[in-house]
Ligand binder design. Structure first.
Ligand code: IPM
Ligand code: MG
Length: 397
């Protein structure tokens, strides 16, 4: 008994030390990258697993098209990064193989297809998620996920904390005995400050008068309690932005309440709650295949589809019917982030027209719908339409 307790204490002490070190690193964090000063801006392209390479190649073609001039004059480099596959990761038993991580760190921004996250009992070893590792390694603390459903008046922006919460020690819990397992959840002052501030900044900059903070601070008192207390403090610096606090359960319910859903605007939440409500929100928009996700840090940023690698689609021969919308939306978020606001806007308008207004092609994930390639071509033609903006505007009434 004593030995068991001693071992657990030792394990816990190590985690505390690691987290205290992480806090020190956050205190020293670099300034935001100024993309206008980089030449070239290196965009790393990562295919991922399962349907990843199938959908990512379409997003790559669209980026190549939209950035043709910049690539030609050396302002942008599009660099394919190989090796972030589950086969390779399983081989070296690492969430991200060292040589791949090294290549990734040479880029400034990344567009990443979904990567398989193994779990116990899979055919793959139960290694840590590549997503979670990349977010941690590159300190991509903000997971920014927009969701829009114009016909329901929904225009939401989610700021999900991306580097701590239930995730940071998600692979470092302890199976104390055959009967007892303990996991850990971590919230820091620095980690909360930076994500909450980003949400309030976004609201203030865009004249949005509402930020909703989502926690379960009534039950999870130390960590969620801290997150909420930080929000209270930071909100004082933004008197022009109204804010409210919600518990995750009722927030989840109200997202599907037709009487309330359009009142919400900006959300900020710790990692796991943000994970859950952003899938719910994406579903309201038309499915997780339709939402893009930006993982933003001060130095690096990574843009990805919000969904998983769907290995079953590949096994059943349906990969060619996978919806590339999410990763293409991620490409639009990337363009916007590195300063190509007009190109991003164009791509977003084309995505809106194809998915919501015109719907000449529909994707179902099966042979009852269009192939990803046909759909990507449809988007590409829509971008090239000289009347794109007028067309989009005509749908805005
Ligand atoms: C997401 C995904 C990931 C997460 C998985 C793949 C680890 O669900 O990006 O939301 O839980 O963060
Ligand atoms: Mg998720």
């Amino acid at each position: 008994m004593n030995e068991i307790v001693e071992n657990a204490k030792e394990h816990f002490a190590k985690l505390v030390e690691e987290q205290l070190e992480r806090v020190e690193r956050m205190k020293k964090a670099a300034d935001w990258t100024d993309y206008s000063k980089l030449k070239p801006i290196i965009i790393g392209l990562i295919g991922g697993d399962g349907i990843g390479p199938y959908i990512t190649k379409h997003a790559q073609l669209i980026l190549k098209f939209l950035l043709k001039d910049e690539v030609n004059r050396g302002a942008i480099e599009l660099r394919v990064i190989e090796g972030l596959t589950i086969e390779n990761r399983a081989k070296v038993m690492k969430a991200i193989p060292d040589d791949v991580l090294e290549e990734i760190k040479k880029c400034h921004v990344l567009l990443k297809g979904p990567t398989t996250t193994p779990r116990k009992g899979d055919k793959w070893p139960n290694i840590e998620s590549a997503n979670v590792t990349m977010r941690r390694e590159l300190d991509l603390f903000a997971n920014v996920r927009p969701v829009k459903v114009p016909e329901l008046g929904i225009d939401w922006m989610f700021f999900r904390e991306n580097t701590e919460g239930a995730y940071v020690l998600g692979s470092k819990g302890i199976n104390i005995t055959d009967d007892l397992s303990i996991d850990f959840k971590v919230i820091t002052k620095q980690g909360s400050d930076r994500i909450i501030r980003l949400a309030f900044e976004y609201a203030a900059k865009n004249n949005i008068n509402r930020v909703s903070v989502v926690t379960k601070a009534n039950v999870v008192k130390a960590t969620d309690g801290r997150f909420l207390a930080m929000a209270e403090e930071i909100a004082k610096e933004y008197p022009q932005v109204k804010w409210d606090d919600w518990y995750i359960d009722i927030a989840t319910a109200k997202l599907v309440d037709p009487a309330r859903q359009s009142d919400f605007k900006v959300f900020v939440a710790p990692n796991l709650y943000g994970d859950i409500i952003t899938d719910e929100a994406a579903q309201i928009q038309g499915g997780v295949g339709t939402a893009g996700s930006a993982n933003i840090g001060k130095e690096y940023s990574m843009f990805e589809a919000i969904h998983g690698s769907a290995p079953r689609m590949v096994e059943e021969g349906r990969a060619k019917y996978a919806d590339p919308s999410s990763i293409i939306k991620a490409a639009a978020l990337l363009l916007n982030h590195i300063g190509f606001v007009d190109k991003a806007k164009k791509l977003e308008m084309a995505l809106d027209i194809c998915a919501t207004y015109e719907k000449k092609l529909v994707i179902t994930g099966r042979d009852t719908g269009a192939k990803g390639e046909e759909y990507a071509k449809y988007i590409m033609e829509t971008i090239q339409d000289p009347n794109l903006e007028d067309k989009w505007n005509s749908y805005q009434k």
